[in-house]
Design a protein around this ligand. Structure first.
Ligand SMILES: [Zn+2]
Length: 351
């Protein structure tokens, strides 16, 4: 089989602002999305935005509604069967990360376009072409399809719990270490690096760091900044054709926690704390990362994550075994239990 050519897959229409959900039919017209639409949503997000979306869409389209409970391969299979059976022409995912990831993968499998309509700004999958999925208890990152359109209604997102927004900021701030790892691999292994993708990713992290106090005010202007950063970060990954600009050692640490901790924290919360640790291992300004997370009100230690220190030590030791093809600072330092514990103490993550 010939290798797949590398290309940038980007969203074509992006609408961010107050009460923009009501413009969904306009966006469909603009993107030439016609025929029957499958609306995918979650049980809670249906009440928050799914129902309203169905009411608006059904004025101009036939719709089919599906509520999903998790982002798993079996849910994607189920959605693909519905698409084929019901003669669906396009998909709209309205909800959190799980909903959008399932919509994204179902869209790739069926070669149908999809609209990404996030109800919270908690992670950078809103506009990216990658999805993470639960498979045999492990979370795996898979290539998917970037949304053709993104509708981010800041009224809805502002009403979501603040913890979700703070988590989104953690995911963005963690790009600092993702880029450091990419640069390291470029230096050590000659891995190709996209200067445009890395510059864009760093810029989004900087904007969120600089706006930390504004974001804490929980006003619409701050929410809009976070949403735009999450979309830009997804675009950076599309430019690179991989999640490299958005995911390094700190993401490995978060994935390790997802499998080790009995009740993990949110993805962006774990990545934010991971970024403090990895910045320390990179011998760089880790305190700056911690201050920004504190200003935002995101967790910076085990207590705030609600995870016992023992799990953090184990996750930090095991993080380098996750996705071993991706070279990061963890491959340089080769942490033992003892040095992992010292690192967590030095950075104030555990006492
Ligand atoms: Zn992430």
């Amino acid at each position: 089989m010939k290798p797949r050519p590398k290309f940038m897959q980007l969203p074509r229409s992006v609408l961010v602002g107050k009460n923009v959900l009501r413009r969904v039919n306009f966006v469909c017209d603009d993107l030439n999305l016609n025929g029957k639409c499958l609306v995918i949503t979650g049980p809670n997000t249906y009440k928050i935005a799914g129902k309203k979306l169905c009411n608006i869409l059904s004025k101009e389209h036939d719709i089919e509604l599906e509520v999903i409970n998790e982002a798993s391969t079996s849910e994607v299979e189920r959605i693909v069967r519905i698409v084929n059976k019901e003669g669906i022409k396009f998909i709209a995912g309205v909800g959190g990360g799980r909903v959008i990831d399932v919509a994204k993968l179902a869209s790739k499998r069926t070669a149908l376009e999809f609209l990404s309509i996030p109800t919270a700004a908690s992670h950078d999958g809103i506009a990216s072409s990658r999805a993470s999925l639960k498979h045999n208890k492990w979370s795996v990152s898979k290539p998917a399809r970037a949304p053709l359109g993104v509708i981010a209604d800041t009224d809805i997102i502002q009403n979501a719990p603040y913890r979700l927004l703070a988590s989104g900021c953690g995911d963005i701030i963690s790009k600092y270490t993702a880029i450091k790892d990419w640069e390291l691999s470029n230096k050590v292994n000659g891995e190709e690096i996209s200067e445009y993708a890395s510059a864009l990713s760093l810029m989004t992290a900087k904007i969120i760091m600089d706006s930390s106090k504004l974001i804490r005010k929980k006003e619409e202007a701050g929410v809009r900044k976070v949403v735009k950063a999450l979309i830009s970060s997804g675009v950076a990954m599309s430019i690179a054709g991989s999640s490299r600009p958005g995911s390094g050692s700190e993401h490995k640490f978060s994935h390790a926690l997802d499998t080790i901790a009995p009740s993990p924290a949110l993805h962006g919360e774990q990545c934010g704390v991971g970024s403090i640790i990895m910045m320390y291992l990179h011998k760089s300004d880790w305190e700056r990362i911690r201050t920004a997370l504190r200003n935002i009100g995101a967790p910076t230690n085990a207590g705030e994550l609600g995870i016992d220190g023992e799990y953090l030590i184990n996750a930090l030791v095991r993080a380098k075994d996750i996705r071993t093809s991706r070279y990061t600072i963890l491959d340089e330092v080769n942490l033992t239990r003892k040095t992992a514990k010292e690192t967590l103490k030095e950075t104030g993550v555990i006492e």
